[in-house]
Design a protein around this ligand. Structure first.
Ligand SMILES: NC(=O)c1ccc[n+]([C@@H]2O[C@H](COP(=O)([O-])OP(=O)(O)OC[C@H]3O[C@@H](n4cnc5c(N)ncnc54)[C@H](O)[C@@H]3O)[C@@H](O)[C@H]2O)c1
Length: 496
Protein backbone atom coordinates (compact mmCIF):
# COMPACT_ATOMS: atom_id res chain seq x y z
CA UNK A 1 0.00 0.00 0.00
CA UNK A 2 1.36 3.37 -0.95
CA UNK A 3 0.94 6.19 1.50
CA UNK A 4 0.33 9.81 0.53
CA UNK A 5 3.45 11.73 1.49
CA UNK A 6 2.12 15.29 1.19
CA UNK A 7 -1.42 16.50 0.68
CA UNK A 8 -2.80 19.83 -0.48
CA UNK A 9 -6.36 20.91 0.30
CA UNK A 10 -7.93 23.62 -1.80
CA UNK A 11 -10.96 24.84 0.13
CA UNK A 12 -11.11 24.37 3.89
CA UNK A 13 -14.83 24.50 4.68
CA UNK A 14 -16.96 21.70 6.12
CA UNK A 15 -15.54 19.06 3.77
CA UNK A 16 -12.07 20.51 3.14
CA UNK A 17 -11.61 20.86 6.93
CA UNK A 18 -12.63 17.22 7.37
CA UNK A 19 -10.09 16.08 4.75
CA UNK A 20 -7.39 18.21 6.40
CA UNK A 21 -8.08 16.55 9.78
CA UNK A 22 -8.14 13.06 8.20
CA UNK A 23 -4.72 13.63 6.56
CA UNK A 24 -3.08 15.29 9.58
CA UNK A 25 -4.17 12.57 12.00
CA UNK A 26 -2.81 9.95 9.60
CA UNK A 27 0.57 11.71 9.93
CA UNK A 28 0.49 13.45 6.54
CA UNK A 29 1.64 17.07 6.08
CA UNK A 30 -1.05 19.29 4.57
CA UNK A 31 -0.78 22.61 2.75
CA UNK A 32 -4.05 24.51 2.57
CA UNK A 33 -5.31 27.30 0.38
CA UNK A 34 -8.62 28.97 1.23
CA UNK A 35 -9.05 32.73 0.82
CA UNK A 36 -11.73 32.92 3.52
CA UNK A 37 -10.47 35.31 6.25
CA UNK A 38 -11.53 32.88 8.98
CA UNK A 39 -10.33 29.69 7.30
CA UNK A 40 -7.69 29.14 10.02
CA UNK A 41 -10.24 29.28 12.83
CA UNK A 42 -12.78 27.10 11.02
CA UNK A 43 -10.21 24.44 10.14
CA UNK A 44 -8.83 24.59 13.69
CA UNK A 45 -12.27 23.82 15.12
CA UNK A 46 -12.73 20.84 12.79
CA UNK A 47 -9.28 19.49 13.76
CA UNK A 48 -10.11 19.89 17.47
CA UNK A 49 -13.34 17.90 16.96
CA UNK A 50 -11.46 15.26 15.01
CA UNK A 51 -8.81 14.91 17.72
CA UNK A 52 -11.48 14.44 20.38
CA UNK A 53 -13.21 11.84 18.22
CA UNK A 54 -9.97 9.91 17.55
CA UNK A 55 -9.07 9.89 21.23
CA UNK A 56 -12.37 8.07 21.81
CA UNK A 57 -12.19 5.96 18.66
CA UNK A 58 -8.92 4.16 19.05
CA UNK A 59 -6.16 3.28 21.46
CA UNK A 60 -3.87 2.36 18.58
CA UNK A 61 -0.74 4.50 18.27
CA UNK A 62 -1.50 7.27 15.78
CA UNK A 63 1.54 8.53 13.91
CA UNK A 64 2.87 11.95 14.93
CA UNK A 65 0.38 14.51 13.61
CA UNK A 66 1.22 15.94 10.19
CA UNK A 67 2.29 19.57 9.81
CA UNK A 68 -0.41 22.07 8.80
CA UNK A 69 0.47 25.11 6.72
CA UNK A 70 -1.84 27.79 5.34
CA UNK A 71 -0.59 29.14 2.02
CA UNK A 72 -1.13 32.56 0.45
CA UNK A 73 -1.63 31.10 -3.02
CA UNK A 74 -3.02 27.95 -4.55
CA UNK A 75 0.24 27.42 -6.44
CA UNK A 76 2.26 27.43 -3.22
CA UNK A 77 -0.08 24.84 -1.69
CA UNK A 78 -0.10 22.33 -4.54
CA UNK A 79 3.46 22.54 -5.89
CA UNK A 80 4.95 19.50 -4.16
CA UNK A 81 1.83 17.60 -3.08
CA UNK A 82 1.19 14.06 -4.29
CA UNK A 83 -2.56 14.14 -3.40
CA UNK A 84 -4.48 17.35 -4.05
CA UNK A 85 -8.07 17.52 -2.82
CA UNK A 86 -10.35 20.21 -4.22
CA UNK A 87 -13.28 21.08 -1.90
CA UNK A 88 -14.50 24.49 -3.12
CA UNK A 89 -18.23 25.31 -3.44
CA UNK A 90 -20.34 23.20 -5.78
CA UNK A 91 -20.29 25.42 -8.88
CA UNK A 92 -19.02 23.93 -12.14
CA UNK A 93 -17.35 27.10 -13.44
CA UNK A 94 -15.64 27.80 -10.11
CA UNK A 95 -14.39 24.22 -9.83
CA UNK A 96 -13.16 24.21 -13.45
CA UNK A 97 -11.20 27.41 -12.80
CA UNK A 98 -9.63 26.04 -9.62
CA UNK A 99 -8.82 22.69 -11.25
CA UNK A 100 -7.17 24.43 -14.21
CA UNK A 101 -4.95 26.35 -11.79
CA UNK A 102 -4.12 23.14 -9.93
CA UNK A 103 -3.41 21.41 -13.25
CA UNK A 104 -0.87 24.09 -14.21
CA UNK A 105 1.00 24.03 -10.89
CA UNK A 106 0.86 20.42 -9.68
CA UNK A 107 3.47 17.71 -10.07
CA UNK A 108 2.80 15.60 -13.17
CA UNK A 109 2.36 12.49 -11.05
CA UNK A 110 0.05 14.17 -8.50
CA UNK A 111 -3.39 12.69 -7.93
CA UNK A 112 -6.12 15.33 -8.09
CA UNK A 113 -9.38 14.48 -6.32
CA UNK A 114 -12.54 16.58 -6.35
CA UNK A 115 -14.99 16.42 -3.42
CA UNK A 116 -17.92 17.30 -5.69
CA UNK A 117 -21.23 15.83 -4.54
CA UNK A 118 -22.58 15.29 -8.02
CA UNK A 119 -20.75 16.99 -10.91
CA UNK A 120 -19.39 14.73 -13.63
CA UNK A 121 -15.61 14.27 -13.68
CA UNK A 122 -15.71 14.54 -17.50
CA UNK A 123 -17.14 18.06 -17.12
CA UNK A 124 -14.63 18.97 -14.40
CA UNK A 125 -11.59 17.86 -16.41
CA UNK A 126 -12.62 19.53 -19.70
CA UNK A 127 -10.06 22.39 -19.60
CA UNK A 128 -7.17 20.51 -17.98
CA UNK A 129 -3.91 19.86 -19.84
CA UNK A 130 -3.33 16.63 -17.89
CA UNK A 131 -6.88 15.47 -17.23
CA UNK A 132 -5.82 11.84 -16.76
CA UNK A 133 -4.99 12.55 -13.09
CA UNK A 134 -8.38 14.07 -12.17
CA UNK A 135 -11.05 11.96 -10.46
CA UNK A 136 -13.95 12.48 -8.11
CA UNK A 137 -13.17 11.52 -4.51
CA UNK A 138 -16.56 12.06 -2.91
CA UNK A 139 -16.45 11.74 0.90
CA UNK A 140 -19.12 11.93 3.58
CA UNK A 141 -19.37 14.41 6.44
CA UNK A 142 -17.58 14.17 8.92
CA UNK A 143 -14.72 13.12 6.65
CA UNK A 144 -12.45 12.33 9.61
CA UNK A 145 -14.86 9.66 10.93
CA UNK A 146 -16.90 8.32 8.00
CA UNK A 147 -14.58 6.17 5.91
CA UNK A 148 -16.30 6.01 2.51
CA UNK A 149 -14.94 7.73 -0.59
CA UNK A 150 -16.67 7.25 -3.94
CA UNK A 151 -13.97 7.21 -6.61
CA UNK A 152 -15.29 8.17 -10.05
CA UNK A 153 -13.28 8.65 -13.20
CA UNK A 154 -14.21 10.77 -16.23
CA UNK A 155 -13.68 10.02 -19.91
CA UNK A 156 -10.06 11.16 -19.71
CA UNK A 157 -9.15 9.74 -16.30
CA UNK A 158 -6.54 6.98 -16.59
CA UNK A 159 -7.00 3.55 -15.08
CA UNK A 160 -3.65 4.02 -13.32
CA UNK A 161 -5.02 7.12 -11.56
CA UNK A 162 -8.06 5.22 -10.29
CA UNK A 163 -5.86 2.36 -9.07
CA UNK A 164 -3.46 4.73 -7.32
CA UNK A 165 -6.31 6.66 -5.68
CA UNK A 166 -7.94 3.47 -4.39
CA UNK A 167 -4.62 2.27 -2.98
CA UNK A 168 -3.94 5.42 -1.03
CA UNK A 169 -7.18 5.35 0.99
CA UNK A 170 -6.72 2.38 3.39
CA UNK A 171 -3.53 3.87 4.93
CA UNK A 172 -5.62 6.87 6.03
CA UNK A 173 -8.39 4.63 7.40
CA UNK A 174 -10.73 5.14 4.43
CA UNK A 175 -12.56 2.81 2.09
CA UNK A 176 -12.63 3.66 -1.59
CA UNK A 177 -15.38 2.26 -3.79
CA UNK A 178 -14.85 2.59 -7.51
CA UNK A 179 -18.05 3.57 -9.28
CA UNK A 180 -17.95 1.77 -12.64
CA UNK A 181 -19.63 4.47 -14.76
CA UNK A 182 -19.84 8.19 -14.17
CA UNK A 183 -23.30 9.50 -13.42
CA UNK A 184 -24.46 12.73 -11.75
CA UNK A 185 -24.51 12.37 -7.93
CA UNK A 186 -22.78 8.95 -8.17
CA UNK A 187 -24.35 6.28 -5.93
CA UNK A 188 -24.65 7.65 -2.40
CA UNK A 189 -26.23 10.98 -3.27
CA UNK A 190 -28.56 9.31 -5.80
CA UNK A 191 -29.95 7.16 -2.99
CA UNK A 192 -30.12 10.06 -0.56
CA UNK A 193 -31.78 12.28 -3.14
CA UNK A 194 -34.53 9.71 -3.68
CA UNK A 195 -35.14 9.49 0.06
CA UNK A 196 -34.93 13.27 0.41
CA UNK A 197 -37.57 13.91 -2.27
CA UNK A 198 -39.96 11.46 -0.69
CA UNK A 199 -39.30 12.99 2.74
CA UNK A 200 -40.05 16.49 1.45
CA UNK A 201 -43.40 15.26 0.10
CA UNK A 202 -44.27 13.67 3.44
CA UNK A 203 -43.62 16.97 5.24
CA UNK A 204 -45.33 19.02 2.52
CA UNK A 205 -48.44 16.85 2.73
CA UNK A 206 -48.47 17.01 6.58
CA UNK A 207 -48.14 13.24 6.84
CA UNK A 208 -45.59 13.73 9.66
CA UNK A 209 -43.18 16.29 11.13
CA UNK A 210 -39.45 16.36 10.51
CA UNK A 211 -38.92 14.91 13.99
CA UNK A 212 -41.26 11.97 13.39
CA UNK A 213 -39.62 11.30 10.04
CA UNK A 214 -36.16 11.29 11.63
CA UNK A 215 -37.42 8.99 14.40
CA UNK A 216 -38.74 6.56 11.80
CA UNK A 217 -35.24 6.33 10.37
CA UNK A 218 -33.10 6.32 13.51
CA UNK A 219 -35.19 3.91 15.57
CA UNK A 220 -35.44 1.35 12.78
CA UNK A 221 -33.76 0.93 9.42
CA UNK A 222 -31.09 3.53 10.19
CA UNK A 223 -29.74 1.05 12.75
CA UNK A 224 -29.75 -1.71 10.13
CA UNK A 225 -28.12 0.36 7.40
CA UNK A 226 -24.89 1.02 9.32
CA UNK A 227 -24.14 -2.67 9.30
CA UNK A 228 -25.78 -4.39 6.31
CA UNK A 229 -26.93 -1.77 3.85
CA UNK A 230 -29.99 -2.38 1.72
CA UNK A 231 -29.60 -5.61 -0.21
CA UNK A 232 -28.19 -7.81 2.52
CA UNK A 233 -30.85 -6.50 4.92
CA UNK A 234 -33.58 -7.44 2.46
CA UNK A 235 -32.00 -10.83 1.86
CA UNK A 236 -32.58 -11.59 5.53
CA UNK A 237 -36.07 -10.05 5.36
CA UNK A 238 -36.93 -12.72 2.79
CA UNK A 239 -36.65 -15.35 5.54
CA UNK A 240 -35.01 -18.68 4.88
CA UNK A 241 -35.82 -18.45 1.19
CA UNK A 242 -33.67 -15.31 1.01
CA UNK A 243 -33.50 -12.68 -1.69
CA UNK A 244 -35.61 -14.35 -4.36
CA UNK A 245 -38.48 -14.81 -1.96
CA UNK A 246 -38.15 -11.21 -0.81
CA UNK A 247 -38.32 -9.96 -4.40
CA UNK A 248 -41.36 -12.14 -5.13
CA UNK A 249 -43.14 -10.94 -1.98
CA UNK A 250 -42.47 -7.21 -2.23
CA UNK A 251 -42.00 -6.85 -5.99
CA UNK A 252 -45.67 -6.03 -6.58
CA UNK A 253 -45.40 -2.99 -4.24
CA UNK A 254 -43.36 -1.29 -6.92
CA UNK A 255 -46.52 -0.96 -8.96
CA UNK A 256 -48.55 0.36 -6.03
CA UNK A 257 -48.62 4.03 -5.11
CA UNK A 258 -45.86 3.76 -2.48
CA UNK A 259 -43.82 6.56 -3.92
CA UNK A 260 -44.10 10.05 -5.29
CA UNK A 261 -40.60 10.04 -6.64
CA UNK A 262 -41.56 10.90 -10.16
CA UNK A 263 -42.90 14.25 -8.92
CA UNK A 264 -40.57 16.86 -7.48
CA UNK A 265 -41.99 18.90 -4.65
CA UNK A 266 -42.03 22.68 -5.06
CA UNK A 267 -39.60 23.87 -2.40
CA UNK A 268 -41.42 27.20 -1.99
CA UNK A 269 -41.13 29.72 0.85
CA UNK A 270 -43.95 28.08 2.80
CA UNK A 271 -42.32 24.64 2.75
CA UNK A 272 -38.89 26.05 3.59
CA UNK A 273 -40.38 27.93 6.56
CA UNK A 274 -42.28 24.85 7.72
CA UNK A 275 -39.17 22.66 7.64
CA UNK A 276 -37.05 25.39 9.25
CA UNK A 277 -39.55 25.81 12.13
CA UNK A 278 -39.94 22.09 12.75
CA UNK A 279 -36.18 21.61 12.59
CA UNK A 280 -35.65 24.38 15.19
CA UNK A 281 -38.18 22.67 17.47
CA UNK A 282 -36.46 19.33 16.96
CA UNK A 283 -33.03 20.76 17.88
CA UNK A 284 -34.51 21.88 21.24
CA UNK A 285 -31.87 24.58 21.69
CA UNK A 286 -28.82 22.45 20.85
CA UNK A 287 -26.27 24.38 18.76
CA UNK A 288 -24.70 22.98 15.60
CA UNK A 289 -21.41 22.46 17.51
CA UNK A 290 -23.25 20.52 20.24
CA UNK A 291 -25.04 18.42 17.64
CA UNK A 292 -21.70 17.74 15.92
CA UNK A 293 -20.23 16.53 19.21
CA UNK A 294 -23.21 14.25 19.86
CA UNK A 295 -23.00 12.95 16.28
CA UNK A 296 -19.27 12.22 16.61
CA UNK A 297 -19.67 10.39 19.93
CA UNK A 298 -22.50 8.29 18.48
CA UNK A 299 -20.52 7.47 15.34
CA UNK A 300 -17.53 6.43 17.45
CA UNK A 301 -19.79 4.14 19.49
CA UNK A 302 -21.30 2.59 16.36
CA UNK A 303 -17.89 2.06 14.76
CA UNK A 304 -16.56 0.48 17.94
CA UNK A 305 -19.57 -1.82 18.18
CA UNK A 306 -19.04 -2.89 14.56
CA UNK A 307 -15.38 -3.54 15.35
CA UNK A 308 -16.53 -6.34 17.62
CA UNK A 309 -19.02 -7.66 15.05
CA UNK A 310 -18.85 -11.11 13.43
CA UNK A 311 -17.52 -12.74 16.56
CA UNK A 312 -14.75 -10.19 17.09
CA UNK A 313 -13.48 -10.28 13.50
CA UNK A 314 -15.11 -6.92 12.77
CA UNK A 315 -17.90 -6.17 10.31
CA UNK A 316 -18.29 -3.49 7.62
CA UNK A 317 -16.89 -0.14 8.74
CA UNK A 318 -15.84 -1.80 12.02
CA UNK A 319 -13.68 -4.31 10.15
CA UNK A 320 -12.06 -1.43 8.29
CA UNK A 321 -11.33 0.26 11.62
CA UNK A 322 -9.90 -2.96 13.01
CA UNK A 323 -7.63 -3.41 9.97
CA UNK A 324 -6.57 0.24 10.21
CA UNK A 325 -5.69 -0.17 13.88
CA UNK A 326 -3.70 -3.31 13.13
CA UNK A 327 -1.67 -1.42 10.55
CA UNK A 328 -1.07 1.37 13.10
CA UNK A 329 0.14 -1.15 15.65
CA UNK A 330 2.34 -2.78 13.04
CA UNK A 331 3.93 0.57 12.09
CA UNK A 332 4.10 2.44 15.36
CA UNK A 333 3.17 -0.17 17.93
CA UNK A 334 6.58 -1.73 18.23
CA UNK A 335 7.35 -0.50 21.76
CA UNK A 336 10.82 0.79 22.39
CA UNK A 337 12.48 -0.03 25.66
CA UNK A 338 12.45 3.03 27.94
CA UNK A 339 15.88 4.60 28.40
CA UNK A 340 16.36 3.27 31.94
CA UNK A 341 14.95 -0.28 32.19
CA UNK A 342 15.97 -0.51 35.84
CA UNK A 343 13.06 1.81 36.74
CA UNK A 344 9.34 0.93 36.35
CA UNK A 345 8.67 1.11 32.59
CA UNK A 346 6.63 4.14 31.56
CA UNK A 347 4.43 2.57 28.89
CA UNK A 348 1.13 4.42 28.30
CA UNK A 349 0.75 8.17 27.84
CA UNK A 350 -2.82 9.31 27.34
CA UNK A 351 -5.49 11.87 28.17
CA UNK A 352 -8.84 11.23 29.83
CA UNK A 353 -11.18 11.33 26.82
CA UNK A 354 -14.85 12.44 26.84
CA UNK A 355 -16.01 8.85 26.41
CA UNK A 356 -14.16 7.85 29.60
CA UNK A 357 -15.88 10.11 32.10
CA UNK A 358 -18.98 9.68 34.22
CA UNK A 359 -21.59 12.33 35.01
CA UNK A 360 -19.14 13.97 37.49
CA UNK A 361 -16.52 14.46 34.79
CA UNK A 362 -14.27 11.84 36.47
CA UNK A 363 -12.74 8.83 34.77
CA UNK A 364 -15.23 6.02 35.09
CA UNK A 365 -14.28 2.81 36.87
CA UNK A 366 -13.86 0.36 34.03
CA UNK A 367 -11.58 2.79 32.15
CA UNK A 368 -8.95 2.26 34.88
CA UNK A 369 -8.92 -1.40 33.97
CA UNK A 370 -8.67 -0.41 30.31
CA UNK A 371 -5.59 1.79 30.90
CA UNK A 372 -3.97 -0.92 33.04
CA UNK A 373 -4.86 -3.51 30.40
CA UNK A 374 -3.25 -1.26 27.77
CA UNK A 375 -0.18 -1.09 30.01
CA UNK A 376 0.07 -4.88 30.16
CA UNK A 377 -0.44 -5.01 26.37
CA UNK A 378 2.39 -2.50 25.90
CA UNK A 379 4.67 -4.61 28.10
CA UNK A 380 3.77 -7.69 26.09
CA UNK A 381 4.54 -5.99 22.78
CA UNK A 382 7.87 -4.95 24.26
CA UNK A 383 8.76 -8.60 24.84
CA UNK A 384 7.58 -9.77 21.41
CA UNK A 385 3.95 -10.72 22.13
CA UNK A 386 2.53 -8.74 19.21
CA UNK A 387 -0.46 -9.28 16.91
CA UNK A 388 1.34 -11.89 14.82
CA UNK A 389 2.21 -13.81 17.97
CA UNK A 390 -1.41 -13.73 19.16
CA UNK A 391 -2.73 -14.74 15.74
CA UNK A 392 -0.34 -17.69 15.78
CA UNK A 393 -2.25 -18.96 18.81
CA UNK A 394 -0.19 -17.88 21.82
CA UNK A 395 -0.75 -15.10 24.27
CA UNK A 396 -0.74 -13.99 27.89
CA UNK A 397 -4.19 -13.88 29.54
CA UNK A 398 -4.85 -11.75 32.63
CA UNK A 399 -6.13 -14.10 35.34
CA UNK A 400 -6.24 -11.73 38.33
CA UNK A 401 -6.39 -7.94 38.89
CA UNK A 402 -6.46 -5.82 42.02
CA UNK A 403 -7.04 -2.11 41.45
CA UNK A 404 -6.71 0.62 44.09
CA UNK A 405 -8.28 4.04 43.47
CA UNK A 406 -6.18 6.65 45.27
CA UNK A 407 -7.01 9.87 43.43
CA UNK A 408 -9.20 11.19 40.65
CA UNK A 409 -8.59 11.59 36.92
CA UNK A 410 -10.66 14.29 35.24
CA UNK A 411 -11.74 14.98 31.67
CA UNK A 412 -8.77 16.05 29.51
CA UNK A 413 -6.17 15.31 32.23
CA UNK A 414 -2.85 13.97 30.95
CA UNK A 415 -2.04 10.66 32.66
CA UNK A 416 0.59 7.97 32.26
CA UNK A 417 1.17 4.48 33.54
CA UNK A 418 4.30 2.57 34.51
CA UNK A 419 4.93 -1.14 35.03
CA UNK A 420 7.17 -2.98 37.48
CA UNK A 421 7.68 -6.71 37.04
CA UNK A 422 7.43 -8.37 40.47
CA UNK A 423 8.02 -11.96 39.44
CA UNK A 424 8.15 -14.24 36.42
CA UNK A 425 8.37 -17.96 35.71
CA UNK A 426 7.73 -20.10 32.60
CA UNK A 427 3.99 -19.55 32.72
CA UNK A 428 3.28 -16.71 35.13
CA UNK A 429 4.00 -13.00 34.89
CA UNK A 430 3.30 -10.93 38.01
CA UNK A 431 3.19 -7.14 37.43
CA UNK A 432 2.44 -3.98 39.36
CA UNK A 433 1.21 -0.90 37.45
CA UNK A 434 0.86 2.68 38.63
CA UNK A 435 -1.23 5.44 37.05
CA UNK A 436 -0.07 9.02 37.63
CA UNK A 437 -0.99 12.58 36.75
CA UNK A 438 1.56 13.60 34.12
CA UNK A 439 1.79 17.24 35.21
CA UNK A 440 2.23 16.65 38.97
CA UNK A 441 3.34 13.02 39.22
CA UNK A 442 0.57 12.41 41.79
CA UNK A 443 -0.45 8.77 42.15
CA UNK A 444 -4.02 8.17 40.95
CA UNK A 445 -4.36 4.39 40.98
CA UNK A 446 -2.43 1.13 41.08
CA UNK A 447 -3.12 -2.32 39.65
CA UNK A 448 -1.50 -5.60 40.51
CA UNK A 449 -2.03 -8.28 37.88
CA UNK A 450 -1.17 -11.90 37.27
CA UNK A 451 -0.85 -12.95 33.64
CA UNK A 452 -0.66 -16.52 32.42
CA UNK A 453 0.97 -17.63 29.19
CA UNK A 454 -1.52 -19.69 27.17
CA UNK A 455 -2.01 -21.74 24.08
CA UNK A 456 -5.22 -19.96 23.09
CA UNK A 457 -6.30 -22.60 20.57
CA UNK A 458 -5.97 -25.44 23.08
CA UNK A 459 -7.40 -23.17 25.81
CA UNK A 460 -4.77 -24.04 28.42
CA UNK A 461 -1.69 -22.61 30.08
CA UNK A 462 1.69 -23.42 28.58
CA UNK A 463 5.27 -22.30 29.10
CA UNK A 464 6.25 -19.15 27.20
CA UNK A 465 8.81 -19.78 24.44
CA UNK A 466 12.42 -18.96 25.19
CA UNK A 467 12.54 -15.76 23.06
CA UNK A 468 9.68 -14.12 24.96
CA UNK A 469 10.70 -15.49 28.33
CA UNK A 470 14.29 -14.27 27.98
CA UNK A 471 13.09 -10.74 27.32
CA UNK A 472 10.65 -10.76 30.27
CA UNK A 473 13.37 -12.18 32.53
CA UNK A 474 15.84 -9.49 31.44
CA UNK A 475 13.39 -6.77 32.51
CA UNK A 476 12.54 -8.65 35.72
CA UNK A 477 16.27 -8.87 36.51
CA UNK A 478 16.71 -5.12 36.09
CA UNK A 479 13.67 -4.57 38.34
CA UNK A 480 15.00 -6.95 41.01
CA UNK A 481 16.75 -4.13 42.87
CA UNK A 482 13.58 -2.05 43.11
CA UNK A 483 11.73 -1.97 46.42
CA UNK A 484 8.44 -3.83 46.54
CA UNK A 485 5.90 -1.11 45.66
CA UNK A 486 3.67 0.18 48.44
CA UNK A 487 0.36 -1.62 48.12
CA UNK A 488 1.68 -4.76 46.43
CA UNK A 489 0.07 -7.91 47.76
CA UNK A 490 -2.93 -6.09 49.23
CA UNK A 491 -6.35 -7.65 49.19
CA UNK A 492 -9.77 -6.05 49.34
CA UNK A 493 -10.78 -4.76 52.77
CA UNK A 494 -7.29 -4.72 54.29
CA UNK A 495 -6.73 -1.71 56.59
CA UNK A 496 -4.23 0.88 55.31
N1 LIG B 1 -21.26 19.42 3.07
C1 LIG B 1 -21.37 18.15 2.76
O1 LIG B 1 -22.04 17.37 3.45
C2 LIG B 1 -20.64 17.60 1.55
C3 LIG B 1 -20.43 16.20 1.48
C4 LIG B 1 -19.65 15.69 0.42
C5 LIG B 1 -19.14 16.54 -0.55
N2 LIG B 1 -19.37 17.89 -0.48
C6 LIG B 1 -18.79 18.73 -1.53
O2 LIG B 1 -17.61 19.34 -1.01
C7 LIG B 1 -17.39 20.61 -1.64
C8 LIG B 1 -17.25 21.67 -0.55
O3 LIG B 1 -18.45 21.73 0.20
P1 LIG B 1 -18.49 22.30 1.70
O4 LIG B 1 -19.76 21.78 2.29
O5 LIG B 1 -17.21 22.04 2.37
O6 LIG B 1 -18.64 23.87 1.41
P2 LIG B 1 -18.18 25.09 2.34
O7 LIG B 1 -18.91 26.28 1.84
O8 LIG B 1 -18.28 24.72 3.78
O9 LIG B 1 -16.62 25.24 2.01
C9 LIG B 1 -16.13 25.72 0.79
C10 LIG B 1 -14.81 26.43 1.07
O10 LIG B 1 -14.17 26.75 -0.16
C11 LIG B 1 -13.55 28.00 0.00
N3 LIG B 1 -13.32 28.58 -1.33
C12 LIG B 1 -14.18 29.27 -2.13
N4 LIG B 1 -13.55 29.58 -3.28
C13 LIG B 1 -12.28 29.10 -3.20
C14 LIG B 1 -11.17 29.13 -4.07
N5 LIG B 1 -11.23 29.72 -5.27
N6 LIG B 1 -10.02 28.53 -3.69
C15 LIG B 1 -9.93 27.93 -2.47
N7 LIG B 1 -10.96 27.89 -1.59
C16 LIG B 1 -12.13 28.46 -1.96
C17 LIG B 1 -14.51 28.79 0.85
O11 LIG B 1 -13.86 29.91 1.47
C18 LIG B 1 -14.98 27.74 1.83
O12 LIG B 1 -14.17 27.72 3.00
C19 LIG B 1 -18.56 20.80 -2.58
O13 LIG B 1 -18.21 20.38 -3.86
C20 LIG B 1 -19.64 19.90 -2.00
O14 LIG B 1 -20.56 19.46 -2.97
C21 LIG B 1 -20.09 18.43 0.55
Amino acid sequence: MTKISKAACIGGGVIGGGWIARFLLAGIDVDVFDPHPEAGRIVGEVIANAEKAYAMLTGAPLPPRGRLRFCQTLVEAVTDADWIQESVPERLELKRGVLTEIDAAARLDALIGSSTSGLLPTDLQRDMKHPERLFVAHPYNPVYLLPLVEIVGGEKTSAATIRAAMERLPPIGMKGVHIAKEIEAFVGDRLLEALWREALWLIHDDICTVETLDDVIRYSFGLRWAQMGLFQTYRIAGGEAGMRHFLAQFGPCLAWPWTKLTDVVDLDEALIEKIGRQSDEQAAGLSIRQLERIRDENLVGILQALKGGDGGKGWGAGKLLKDFEQSLWAQGGGETMPADPSKPLRLVETKVSPAWVDYNGHMTEHRYLQVFGDTSDALLRLVGVDLAYVEAGHSYYTVESHIRHLGEAKLGQAIHSACQILDVDEKRLHVFHTLRDTATGELIATAEQMLLHVDSKAGKAMAAPAGVLDRVKAIAASHAELALPEGAGRHVGQRR
